[in-house]
Design a protein around this ligand. Structure first.
Ligand code: S3P
Length: 192
């Protein structure tokens, strides 16, 4: 897959040897579903960061938000990420607000391929309604407006990823296949 034309110039260089993959992107972009499929295809381990956080906290994401607030959840996100640093042959799917800057990507260690699963606001809303998962940030009267606002805020961060893959109207298995092909071809090439 050729590099996406919309990467910023300071996009971190993709690793020469891919040791792990982190899938970033908005809620309901398909990070967990694609991540599981990709890990299965590669024969790698899959880590769902929110599931780890829930195990650590002994309760679900919605309860953490309700009982301790979003900052407490973000602190758990950071602490749980630190535990994953350096894991080999691992596909990691964090939550949609995980990517706060380059340091977050770097915290996972060298050899991390970051992939942005792109999703439109409309598809994110439809998928979040259809699928499971606890999304306290979308438990509001007008979730589409919230999605549009958060997407606008977060897109510059998601653009830090080395590779962008569209997901609207696509089967998660096909998305996983594209990412796998990129890895097996030696990672995305740097833009000249
Ligand atoms: C969040 C996304 C959620 C979960 C939490 C916050 C976000 O994960 O981490 O509700 O800030 O975008 P998904 O992206 O898996 O829905």
């Amino acid at each position: 897959m050729p590099p996406s034309p919309d990467r910023p110039v300071d996009t971190p260089a993709p690793p020469e040897t891919v040791r792990r993959v982190v899938l970033v992107g908005f809620m309901a972009a398909g990070k967990s579903t694609v991540g599981r499929a990709l890990a299965r295809r590669l024969g790698w381990r899959f880590v769902d960061l929110d599931e780890r956080i829930e195990r650590r906290a002994g309760r679900g994401v919605a309860r953490i938000f309700a009982e301790e607030g979003e900052p407490a959840f973000r602190a758990l996100e950071a602490a749980t990420t630190a535990e994953l640093a350096g894991l080999e042959r691992t596909v990691i799917a964090p939550g949609g607000g995980w990517l706060t800057g380059r340091a977050r990507l770097e915290a996972l260690g060298p050899g991390t391929l970051s992939v942005w699963l792109r999703v439109s606001a409309e598809a994110a809303l439809a998928r979040s309604r259809a699928g499971g998962g606890e999304r306290p940030l979308l438990a509001v009267p007008d979730p589409l407006t919230t999605i549009r606002r958060l997407l606008e805020e977060r897109e510059p961060l998601y653009r830090l990823a080395s590779l962008a893959v569209p997901t609207d109207g696509r089967d998660p298995e096909a998305v996983a296949r594209d990412i796998e092909a990129t890895i097996l071809a030696g990672g995305p090439r740097r833009r000249p």
